[in-house]
Design a protein. Structure first.
Ligand code: ADP
Length: 244
């Protein structure tokens, strides 16, 4: 379970704004990788280019040896990359269980979207709900969950696709400390089972305690990478954050 993800010379501009500039990153397979950087440093744009949500102007993204630079998000998902969104993507008026049954992207599991009555898909959904700790909310409408519980639901939806690489955009953003603890423990467990993580996150304490490998963005490009202690001590990183 060591699918590789490599990004070479990626660039993306919006009009005159150079959001990502010639960014090259090799994520470490089997590890928890984090992307950090000041606001506006290009993390989300980079993330969206890698996951196929927006098209890069230049550069290549290689997933499991396949060039996926211009691939659709669906093809990228089928190659083993699952992602969450900064703002949760769930169906508020569907139940928790129904959300998972429509979220699933694995046709071999569900026979496309006709999964609502598929016992295999329902069993898989229940396994993931238990894993993320919201199985007691199976019949609740998603809109009635707390924001943190909605994030856990979204994560369960990502896991329905059984991805080997999981990219999370701000998993702890807006989540209360108790649930941050649970999300963090889950990431560790899933990583111990062999899944690679790439996490964009503002919560520095979480990043430093959770990640094996940190990539720091500043003004659209990676300026430092390494283990958390190494990165924290890097003067370029302090400069990027303090703006000195
Ligand atoms: P981060 O995630 O690190 O906060 P972003 O990738 O969101 O950074 O933004 C990088 C830069 O690109 C910012 O200057 C931002 O204003 C700009 N930007 C991002 N998305 C768009 C867009 N859709 N249209 C125009 N500018 C954008």
């Amino acid at each position: 379970m060591t699918v590789t993800l490599e990004v070479a010379n990626l660039s993306k501009s919006f009009g005159g704004v150079h959001a990502v500039v010639d960014a090259s990153v090799s994520f470490q397979p089997g590890k928890v990788n984090a992307i950090i950087g000041p606001n506006g440093s290009g993390k989300t744009t980079f993330f969206n280019c890698v996951t196929g949500m927006i098209r890069a102007d230049a550069g290549t993204v290689t997933l499991a040896g396949h060039d996926v630079t211009r691939a659709s998000p669906d093809r990228i998902a089928r190659l083993g990359l699952g992602r969450s969104f900064q703002v949760c993507r769930i169906f508020p008026r569907m139940t928790v269980l129904e959300n998972l049954l429509v979220a699933v992207k694995n046709p071999s599991l569900t026979g496309a979207l006709g999964s609502a009555k598929n016992p295999t898909a329902i069993a898989a959904a229940r396994v993931w709900l238990r894993r993320v700790g919201i199985d007691h909310l199976e019949h609740a409408e998603a809109r009635n969950l707390s924001y943190g519980q909605q994030k856990l639901l979204e994560l369960a939806g990502v896991l329905m696709g059984d991805p080997e690489i999981i990219m999370l955009d701000e998993p702890a953003g807006g989540v209360n400390p108790a649930l941050i603890g649970r999300i963090s423990a889950l990431i560790r467990e899933l990583n111990a089972e062999g899944r690679t993580f790439v996490v964009v996150e503002h919560n520095m304490e979480l990043v430093m305690s959770l990640s094996d490998h940190v990539v720091v963005f500043d003004r659209g490009r990676p300026i430092a990478e390494g283990d958390p202690a190494h990165v924290q001590a890097d003067p370029r990183v302090l400069e990027a954050y303090l703006g000195v």
